[in-house]
Design a protein around this ligand. Sequence first.
Ligand code: BG6
Length: 487
Amino acid sequence: IMTDKQFPKGFLWGGATAANQFEGAWNEGGRGPATSDTAIAVKPEDRKNMEEFAAPMTREKVEFAINDTEGLYPKRWGSDFYHRYKEDIALYAEMGFKTFRLSIAWSRIFPNGDDAQPNEEGLQFYDNVFDECAKYGIEPLVTLSHYETPVGIALNYGGWKNRKVIDLFVNYARTVLTRYQDKVKYWLTFNEINIMGISGYVGGALLFEDGKQNLSDMYQAVHHQFVASSLATKIAHELNPELKVGMMLARMQAYPATPNPADVMEEIKRDHENLFFSDVQVRGKYPAYTKRFFKENGIEVIFEEGDLEIIAQYPVDFMSFSYYMSSVARHNPEAGGESTAGNFSLGEANPYLEASDWGWQIDPIGLRITLNNLYDRYQIPLFIVENGLGALDTVEEDGSIHDSYRIDYLKAHIEQMYEAIEDGVELMGYTPWGCTDLVSASTSEMSKRYGFVYVDADDEGNGTFDRSRKDSFFWYQDVIKTNGGNI
Ligand code: BG6
């Protein structure tokens, strides 16, 4: 039945991926190794245990992993998008995608991170990908840095805590922005900029020489990324004011555990920790609560002259975020109930919500709450660039995949997006995560699937890597065709 629940005209329906989990071909086409290539697969029985993922990155670990041929490093082959991009983009066109989110692997362009010249073969690859999108009128949405930092940046610079990395990134950003300015209009600088330091494989490629994470290095690295992001925004706007640059936050909507004011205050603190990143990148200045937060946590950050001016002068044009779950804030965590797994951490379970097989709590209304909060706070266009359900799929004998659980999840979230738009929120688009199955960021499993398109590969990389359409493929095709009208 057609309802009147139409989304705004020009709404950007699509799907999202990232090079480090999707592209594969880690040592082809002149690509250099990336920190993500050192991420070893987590065993199914350890799914809810993020220890390996959250462990700090050390020189020994990286040097060992990058030369290791025995261990299981699934991000090295991903879903083989590198060789199958034409087929993948044709499937997106069949679903009616208006946009396709992908990232550029920095080490495909600058194999060591600091090379004097870019790698032409790498540049050509993305030209081919963008041309293929253009054939179908699909607008690419491109992340410059999505957990795929050249290993050289970690080993030779220690990662983003080193100020020199700003220049290296800006050089990379200038190269690709200049090259693709006529092919790509929408850009994101750093994927989930707040996930810095939680894992060495992601974010800041931070090497902790003594094996211990420290907050000063993490926030120093973030500060460098803020400056670098603003400089990339400046370059984009100088090339063409029509280019739109966004920031990207892993949004963690927190709820107070009880109406106890102490829990409500705890929730505000949690929110500050999360929104700190968008406060800086959207408003162009460090928020008022920074001083106390840095002081109480012993965080020392060196600001160089001119940094704050750059951040103030070039804020982002729009805000994008990933949304998977919400969390519970309690001032006395020891009194909390059962715990649940999260993107990158364990937290208290919300008794009103159900969880995925990986323990991620499912909260569609939380998306409406978050959209309202963010729009109230920033008053700039929002873009949901990740959302979805990681689940185990079963292939039937005839090859079909009945993923009604995925449809239910996405439908519930799209309904809440519609409500938020009715609330007045300006929402640019929606790109569910892993539109084609890809390797998990946290556990490096293939069996944690998000896609509308199935990839015939297992956790060890066995399989044909052939693509097939799940039930959700046809469902999403209809969602896009009716511009949300059939939800
Ligand atoms: C986001 C990341 O945190 O969550 C993606 O930007 C990631 O790279 C996604 O894949 C889902 O997480 P996971 O661990 O299930 O792959």
